[in-house]
Design a protein around this ligand. Sequence first.
Ligand code: ZN
Ligand code: ZN
Length: 361
Amino acid sequence: MKAVAVFPKSREVRVIDVPEPRLSSATGVRVRTLEIGVCGTDQEIAEFQHGAPPEGEDHLILGHEALGEVVQVGAQVKGLKVGDLVVPRVRRPCPHEACAACRSGNPDFCVTGDYRERGIQKAHGFCAEFFVEEEAYLHRVPAALRGVAVLTEPLTIAEKALRELEVLKRRLPWKKQPGHAVVLGAGPVGLLGAMALKRAGHDTTVYSRSPKPNAKAAVAEAVGAPYLSSKEVGAEALTGRAGPVDVVYEASGSAKAGFEVLQVLGPNGVFIFTGVPGKKEPLELDGAALLKQLVLKNQLVLGTVNASEADFQAALEDLARFQERWPGQLEAILTERHPPEDFQKVVTGKSGGIKHIIRFA
Ligand SMILES: [Zn+2]
Ligand SMILES: [Zn+2]
């Protein structure tokens, strides 16, 4: 079967021919791949800055944002049947007894760093015609979400962030309204984050580079999140529209943009970093002023990576809500579809569009 793989030693990304995976356990599920989302993480792997092949292998099959259809189930599989649509989770727990996070089903909080991630870290991904996965790592997708469920994984980033915000809210029991949220960056993670924050009741502003009009701004405003361009207004303008900034959801992957907006975070605010900066741009920071601000305003700075079972479930529920509330807007994020042969072009190209998808079958 066809698969897209990265070869770190020879620095290549190409389509390879590998044997179809077979069921090896009674709790396993064989899945025909339908769509694979491509994101900044794939770009970093394809530029050999991140990720690693499985132990003892020279290549890594890419793809961690997947949608597939079940074609075979093991004898002990209870909740899935042939024909069901599924999305897989990405991270697998580390083997260490002492890692309480992994041992309790929360590998997204792994403390040893020895976790594996399919398509990223020491485990093959889903960008192949078929993959096999344990039922425990698969989520059944309602048929109505067939066209948009490839966005489940990127939406889980926001779902995990919202889950953490729920916990953090308890430190301000007198605050009854969800407050003003700013989404930094209008890529797929940012736009999905804006939808999730709107759904959770936040007055949400999207702040990104390109001036209006553009396709990303159109999606943001169609879901009721006003869009401001950093080329037209400075970060201080963010406090003008809906009052102090209570939450920043950073999805730009730019350290410079992140720290600029951190400076306008309001009292008792929470700043959530989700992006991994790709390029190292020079950054000047007045560290003393920043620390003074964090202290005098009771602020929190939080990083978040990957997602748990609960976040995938929440993402699937939210995709259905978004579809109903903002018809056509999830589809508007999925701007480009490509054959597997185009993976390298997609991942290294500076083509337009919002979200690029590799389509099998
Ligand atoms: Zn991704
Ligand atoms: Zn662990």
